[in-house]
Design a protein around this ligand. Structure first.
Ligand code: HEM
Ligand code: HEM
Length: 191
């Protein structure tokens, strides 16, 4: 595999650029697995459900630390949550601009923060249900389930977004989340 002369920005003739480090990929697919297990397979009132929920929370916790100290494309600075960037990105897409983002594109960035916050909210309401203060309180249980509904909606949108951007950019994003590398078509701007 060829690495790249210019990884930060500008036009490049490189083919394969390393973007997602192994920890990002491990956290991504393990987090997806915990949500799948707790959402679809594990008895909700079991101890296993609680353990898996805490694993999901811990994965997000580690990822948030990684956002501060991890490699370049993993850092929050590479994908700040910014409505102004989203608006510029949408306008650029409408103009047919095919610039490729090495980290998350501005829309993907918003979805990423949304998913993390949502998982945290589910974990916190789940924990609350186990405390003396909130045990048996309806609104906490309802919040846990409603926020889970929001997570499902977000994940559907996330997968649709990944499919759309794979089509738009010509970069196979799922492959990148598996191998860690984005395959950039020749002569395209990267940022
Ligand atoms: C429960 C299911 C899922 C959850 C909670 C989830 C969550 C996330 C999160 C939080 C990120 C940001 C990663 C980071 O910066 O650390 C992400 C990125 C990504 N996810 Fe998922 N994901 C799920 C399922 C999937 C599935 C099924 C696919 C494949 C179709 C997928 C493909 C991707 C890709 C390609 C990226 C990187 C997008 C980019 O290049 O900007 N995800 N996902
Ligand atoms: C982030 C991961 C989590 C996900 C995706 C998740 C998902 C769900 C879902 C979908 C339900 C509703 C099941 C149903 O009634 O059909 C549920 C119920 C429940 N969850 Fe979680 N949960 C998570 C984390 C946790 C944690 C960390 C705890 C506690 C430590 C917890 C405690 C509970 C309890 C006690 C119920 C049963 C509520 C009832 O009485 O119906 N969950 N969870």
């Amino acid at each position: 595999m060829v690495d790249i002369a210019k990884q930060s920005s500008g036009r490049t003739s490189a083919r394969d650029i390393a973007v997602w480090d192994p920890l990002i990929r491990l956290i991504h697919w393990t987090l997806a697995l915990t949500i799948l297990l707790n959402g679809a397979f594990i008895e909700a009132e079991s101890e296993m459900h609680e353990w898996i929920g805490y694993i999901a929370l811990s994965l997000v916790g580690v990822r948030l630390i990684w956002g501060l100290i991890g490699p370049k494309h993993a850092r929050f600075a590479a994908f700040p949550p910014s409505p102004a960037r989203v608006s510029r990105h949408i306008k650029a897409m409408l103009r047919g601009d095919q610039t490729i983002h090495l980290s998350h594109n501005p829309l993907g960035a918003l979805m990423t923060y949304n998913i993390w916050l949502t998982v945290i909210a589910i974990g916190v309401t789940g924990y609350m249900m186990t405390t003396l203060t909130f045990f048996g309180i309806d609104w906490v249980e309802e919040a846990h389930e409603t926020i889970f509904g929001w997570l499902l909606f977000s994940i559907a949108l996330h997968i649709a977004g990944v499919a759309f951007d794979t089509w738009r950019s010509g970069v196979n994003l799922v492959r990148a989340m598996v191998s860690g590398r984005k395959n950039i078509p020749q002569g395209r701007e990267v940022e």
